[in-house]
Ligand binder design. Structure first.
Ligand code: GLC
Length: 720
């Protein structure tokens, strides 16, 4: 449908029809089922049945048959035959569940991320979905916040690469194509930095920090073509993002040229009154329209106020038409006017959902996402009797938060995967999983030590229950539960080699047990094929290659701890000076740093060279071990002195490489003016001549460093 048709449709709409296009509800409301109260209060509004069926989009359950019926029922009542838009949270998989996004970040593999997102899109599209509320591009530094699981970590560049790859996977070249869905990037902006790590709490930071760290990944997502943006619950500079003209108009539309649709988060429009920036629905509606918020999710402010706001001259018809036009253009971009059912197809569902190819892809993705944190010669397991204990020994609850239609009860467990790959010589104990509402698993430690007494290696499958991660799951204590810690200490105390396999949606505080573990494999929530992937690594069929996308703290008191921090006037390095930036009881460095990950082989990274024209940096990487393996070569920069403080290091490029034993490779990175640029005090995107440190390494703590000096006058935005 061409733009003129869209404009004609908008011109022909009543105000009520426009207001309902700008409202997103649950299908339960349309069918008058029990109103759902998922997150936040769903105020029962005085919608007429007729008005409900005018809503422009719905969020919630998928299923080809259901959504085809819904679309048919909807169009039968639609005066203008404008199709309904279906959206939901397919975050890291629909039925075949991939590793959680925080784990995906640890792959440092945009290509594989894109391939997996494309598989996820095929499944969701076959089940009738049009738009997914993913990727989440929020930068995170605080593991007390349960939604760090949905982010790809603490680095702006890595987050941008992963978000862009995810969007390419979902949308392909055109989301209208078969098997593609549109992406709604979220939560714009800076939702990942709530004070105290407490969910929905205030976010407050300088404009410079917002620009340096929290905005770049969303911008990458917009440049990758994200069809929609979801504004975040939190405030930015004392204004809720939901009605922030700075974010939604100046940054998103004027600076970044975004022309797609902006949707609020769930009931966030109504929550402006809780934020105390609106005294009533009228003011909430007025502020959101002025900010250019196109769709209100699951609250009835627009529906209840737009007519009066227009009559009172507090908003204009043009503002409303702008929102409605964008919504219809999105529907048009998805091809829904020509084919309102898009890819919904029961047979295709049957063929695609949880298919072997997708499970194999999920297994590969999970393998690459797991991070070997410690290994004192015990992994890979090659012989002897294996003991398996802990709450993640025999459970399918390893899918993570937002696991959509993934089914824990049909997900292979670690025990099943070990039996399938290791066979006999396997003993188990204390395998009960967590029970909702119970703070710990039962203490069967004594019995476990007894039962595993003849085992050579004991795998402790531990972590946090998946329902304690994701939205509204902030925690102040990140340690393993007492009985899990007790299990590890007791097995070690009994002289066993202990391999901890950690299932979590965040970096946990594992310092209390680290000493008693001979090896630690961070498995995250690895998805539908995660158990098989973990066993692939434990038994050495594959070599671990994940590198941390988020730092592990030494304890909760150290949070936030992250690699790309600004320096202080009294760096900790000045040891002789008592008055330096440090703690009395803890080192400043994290337990495990960003970019870190071990392998079953060893690599060296050295002989760094910078080209004459300063535009290239290269390094020689060698596999100095006995087996092939992959690693991630990372390039960082530091602006040594600038008009505003700059981070001590910033990731600007990375590359996964695979090397045979003894093999070496020369890895080369370009150094561009873009990499050296930042927003100055006047919020101008500049680079400033002077000294820069170029760093290359296999994690953010062990790098080769070379200082270069770039004189003034070098051309802008070009290779140096
Ligand atoms: C939730 C989340 C958001 C999600 C939305 C719809 O509150 O904040 O990420 O997409 O509601 O489920």
């Amino acid at each position: 449908m061409d733009r003129k048709h869209i404009l004609d449709l908008v011109a022909d709409m009543s105000l009520e029809e426009k207001a309902m296009q700008m409202t997103q509800l649950s299908p339960d409301l349309l069918y008058q089922l029990t109103p759902t109260n998922l997150t936040g209060p769903l105020r029962v509004w005085k919608f007429s049945d007729e008005a409900l069926w005018k809503t422009g989009s719905v969020l919630g359950p998928l299923g080809a048959a259901f959504l085809k019926k819904l679309q048919k029922d909807y169009l039968a009542k639609s005066r203008q035959q404008i199709p309904l838009l279906f959206m939901t949270d397919v975050i890291h998989g629909y039925v075949t569940i991939m590793p959680i996004p925080l784990a995906q970040g640890c792959t440092f593999d945009p290509d594989l991320t894109e391939e997996a997102a494309a598989a996820v899109a095929r499944e969701a599209a076959a089940s009738g979905l049009h738009v997914t509320f993913s990727p989440m591009a929020d930068l995170v530094r605080d593991p007390r916040w349960g939604r760090v699981m949905e982010s790809s970590g603490e680095d702006p560049y890595l987050n941008g690469q992963i978000a862009a790859a995810t969007i390419r996977g979902y949308q392909g070249k055109d989301p209208r194509e078969k098997g593609r869905i549109a992406s709604c990037v979220k939560h714009f902006a800076a939702y990942g930095q709530p004070e105290g790590g407490r969910e929905y709490n205030t976010v407050d930071m300088s404009r410079g920090v917002l620009r340096d760290f929290y905005l770049p990944a969303y911008r990458e997502a917009i440049e990758a073509g994200a069809a929609m943006v979801m504004s975040s619950f939190n405030t930015v500079e004392r204004v809720p993002a939901t009605c922030s003209r700075f974010l939604l108009r100046r940054v998103l539309r004027e600076e970044w040229g975004f022309e797609g649709v902006v949707i609020s988060d769930y009931s966030a429009v109504e929550e402006l009154m809780n934020h105390s920036v609106a005294c009533d629905d009228m003011e909430a509606g007025e502020k959101c329209v002025h900010a250019g918020l196109d769709i209100e999710m699951m609250s009835g402010v627009y529906a209840g106020t737009l007519q009066q706001l227009l009559d009172q001259g507090r908003i204009t018809r043009e503002e409303i038409n702008e929102c409605v036009t964008r919504i219809l253009e999105l529907k048009n971009r998805m091809g829904l006017f020509e084919n309102p059912f898009k890819d919904a197809d029961e047979e295709e569902e049957e063929r695609l959902l949880y298919c072997p190819e997708h499970l194999e892809l999920a297994r590969r993705f999970a393998r690459e996402s797991m991070v070997l944190l410690k290994n004192q010669g015990v992994l890979p397991v090659s012989r002897g009797r294996i003991g398996l204990a802990g709450p993640f020994s025999d459970t399918g609850n390893i899918l993570g938060g937002w696991h959509c239609e993934g089914k824990p009860d049909r997900t292979q467990t670690l025990l099943q995967a070990l039996k399938a790959q290791w066979g006999e010589g396997l003993e188990t104990a204390m395998t009960e999983h967590f029970i909702h509402g119970e703070a710990d698993v039962p203490d069967r430690v004594e019995e476990a030590v007894e039962r595993l007494r003849d085992c050579d290696i004991c795998i402790a499958a531990v972590g946090e229950p998946e329902w304690d991660t994701g939205e509204a799951t902030s925690r102040t204590n990140l340690r393993l539960t007492p009985n899990q810690e007790k299990l590890i200490h007791a097995l070690h105390g009994a002289g066993k080699k202990v391999v901890a396999v950690l299932f979590s949606g965040r970096p946990l505080d594992i310092a209390p047990v680290l000493q008693d573990c001979d090896a630690v494999l961070q498995a995250w929530f690895p998805g539908s094929a995660g158990a098989a992937a973990a066993v692939d690594l434990l038994l050495g069929k594959y070599n671990p290659s994940g590198h941390l996308s988020m730092s592990f703290p030494r304890n909760t008191g150290q949070i936030p701890v992250y690699y790309n921090h600004y320096e202080t006037g009294r760096p900790e390095t000045e040891k002789e000076n008592h008055y330096t930036s440090r703690y009395l009881d803890c080192a400043n460095s994290p337990l495990f740093p960003f970019g870190y990950g071990l392998s079953y082989t060893t690599f060296t990274c050295g002989e760094m060279k910078v080209s004459e024209d300063l535009g290239k940096v290269s390094v020689r990487v060698r596999n100095t071990g006995e087996r092939s393996g992959e690693t991630v070569v990372q390039m960082y920069i530091r602006d040594v002195s600038a008009s505003v403080v700059r981070p001590v290091m910033e990731l600007k490029a990375f590359r996964r490489i695979s090397l045979e034993p003894g093999e070496e490779a020369q890895v080369e990175f370009s150094v561009t003016k873009e990499m050296l640029s930042f927003y100055n005090e006047e919020e101008k995107w500049v680079w400033e001549p002077g000294a820069f440190d170029l760093m290359v390494g296999l994690d953010s703590e062990h790098v080769e460093r070379e200082r270069i000096f770039i004189p003034a006058g070098t051309g802008e935005q070009e290779a140096l």
